[in-house]
Unconditional design. Sequence first.
Length: 415
Amino acid sequence: MADRNKGQRSICLANGTVMPMDGEEFSFSGSVLAAEGRVRAVGAHPPLAAGAGPAEIAAALGMSLGDFGPETVIADCAGQYVLPGFIDAHCHVGIGEEIFQYEGDDINESTDPLTPELRATDGVNPEDEAFRDARRGGVTALFICPGSANVIGGTGAVLKTAGRTVEEMTVRDPAGLKAALGENPKTVYGEQKKLPSTRMGTAALLRQAFVDAQTYRDKLRQGQKDPDKLPERDLGMEHLLLVLEKKIPLRAHAHRADDIMTAIRVAREFDLDMVIEHCTDGHKIADILAAAGYPAVVGPALINRCKPEVKDKNLRNPGILAAAGVPVALMTDHGVTPVEQLPLCAALAVKHGMTYAGALKALTLDAARILGVEARLGSLTPGKDADIVVWRGEPLSMPAAPVMVLIDGRDVTDD
């Protein structure tokens, strides 16, 4: 694929309060230079006079004027905050389109409880209004995954929130294999008089899928020695093998504490990398989760007790988990909570005990790490993608609003 950022003009976000999300300093007065779609330089310096030009800014950053280039755009960010774009670590933007009902609902293939062969990217409509809403909320990347009707629902992917095609938007695909425990699969298939109609049935199907994948792997190995023994290609088995080989994690939907523990048992039995999705009862077993080493993508915060398994939802949950040592990212689960309300979800976590720095990192660097995209996203580190948001007001405050949104260094604020 051609580099669509090659030759792009550079932009300098000058004189703002920079929160890079990496390094020892959490925030400082300084500037950020982006060129050809990447973060080129980040530096701290005392506030410069209004209207400072490239020469003054370059000197403040310890660079030469030639590093800026003749067409560098200078954006004065005095009184504003400059951060990496936020990441929604679990949502259904693009596959659960707003406005449309059946026509735009591609979240769940509720015809078979085991559909590991599905790919969320095949259902994403880049013209879904929610991508624009995400940018307006300072969200520049998303993990988009199938829903939780099926025991195994298919793969999810990390996408940017701007682009004409899925191919332009994709950062990592696949980025995880969605699985679900608890009420949803047993309800969907119990009503159809199919397995699973119990939690036992859900766990059994999940285990059997990985046993079948192990058998498929053994046959592939045999086929390397004897081509006559090669099995027919199986797309679902290929996705399960990615999990068995730890190339992608299992993304296990689990609200109730006992369902979380079932997910952990299965992951340990098959030695899988795993992320706990929702983790609503995580606050009850935070020490166990921390010892197990599995991260949690927590939320959505803005829901009521809409079903029995979320009866103990608690806005202190992200802070309790983080304090216990569990890596935490946050989700909107859009369209459960509108994607543009991701900063509000973080603000509520801070209100109920999560540290301010921890909440911002749960939307940036920690989310990127959990999604396996930290080499490109999550911080204003030179060399990473120039996905940058300039905020009017402190980003987690009620009056805050993005005034400039860059994705790959391109201004998509009004797109």
